[in-house]
Design a protein around this ligand. Structure first.
Ligand code: PDD
Length: 285
């Protein structure tokens, strides 16, 4: 079945949705994106995603193609037109089409593309089994706080994981984990503390991360925001990832080493439950 997608003011069947070959997203990966999950037809934590979109745009001196309310209206319209109950809304802003030149063009109109993707979020089978990750060198650029569409390094990391028989990759700077290829990374140490890298230019400031750290604090779990090593990860009691597309997923193996009992740990399971409860209660329809 063909989806209806949004391209610069029009709702179109996906086969008719087109962007210029001169679009700077195509030529330079000169663009930013957001992914918001949809559960029961509702956008989860969307305002924070759109605020982060504003920060990414500001960092690249790019104009917003529409204000937050208008973008949210289009997101809801896509959910309606595609009868989306569970999945994602992807949105991408690029600097627009201009003659190829590295400097930002003065005149280009930003381009806004959005589409929906159906996906099992609540009943993701990986929530019950947990995932296996490998560690790979973090070869990305040094402004990972900007949600850039330049995603070749994470694609390579995911492929390395796949070839190794794992589900995903955790990226490593020196001997310390930065984050997952498309998610934030956490361990639970033997005192029961959650450890995850602190915000800064090294990682994306995950919207799910923020909610999870708020939930952890409300539950009385201590959180240490600091870099952690591969050795600490291998020896952890538990590990997990968070993102809009996965919510919270337990990690049961890192580099072939079993984490904890090799089954989803209680902290990850509890935080997933709490997150889903909170998301459904406070989401926008
Ligand atoms: N990825 N870190 C990276 C590098 C990411 O790409 C993502 C999200 C996250 C988690 O952020 P959030 O909780 O706001 O989704 C962390 C999205 C889902 C993607 O690229 O598909």
């Amino acid at each position: 079945m063909s989806r209806t997608v949004y391209v610069n003011g029009s709702y179109l069947p996906e086969s008719e949705a087109k962007i210029s070959v001169f679009d700077r997203g195509f030529l330079f990966a000169d663009g930013v994106y957001e992914v918001t999950s949809v559960i029961q037809g509702k956008l989860i934590d969307n305002r924070r995603h759109l605020q982060r979109l504003g920060r990414s745009l500001d960092a690249l001196e790019m104009h917003a193609p529409a204000d937050i309310d208008e973008i949210e209206r289009i997101q809801h319209e896509l959910i309606r037109r595609n009868s989306l109950d569970e999945g994602l809304i992807y949105l991408q802003v690029t600097r627009g089409a201009a003659d190829r030149d590295f400097s930002y063009p003065a005149q280009a109109e930003p381009s806004l593309v959005m589409f929906s993707q159906s996906k099992e979020i609540l009943r993701n089978p990986l929530a019950a089994t947990g995932i296996k990750v490998i560690t790979v060198a973090d070869i990305r650029w040094l402004r990972r706080d900007i949600k850039s569409i330049g995603l070749l390094a994470p694609c390579m990391a995911k492929m390395a994981a796949k070839k190794a028989g794992a589900d995903d990759a955790w990226m490593v700077d020196g001997d310390r984990i930065t984050e997952g290829s498309s998610n934030n990374a956490y361990i639970v140490d033997h005192e029961g503390n959650i450890v995850t890298r602190q915000l800064g230019h090294d990682i994306l400031s995950g919207i799910t991360r923020r909610a999870i750290l708020e939930l952890a604090a409300a539950t009385g779990i201590d959180v240490q925001e600091r870099p952690f090593t591969i050795d600490e990860a291998h020896a952890a009691r538990e590990a997990f990832i968070t993102s809009a597309s996965t919510l919270v997923l337990p990690v049961v193996e890192i580099d072939g080493r079993t984490i904890g009992e090799g089954t989803p740990g209680p902290v990850a399971k509890r935080l997933r439950e709490l997150y889903i409860e909170m998301a459904i209660q406070s989401s926008s329809s």
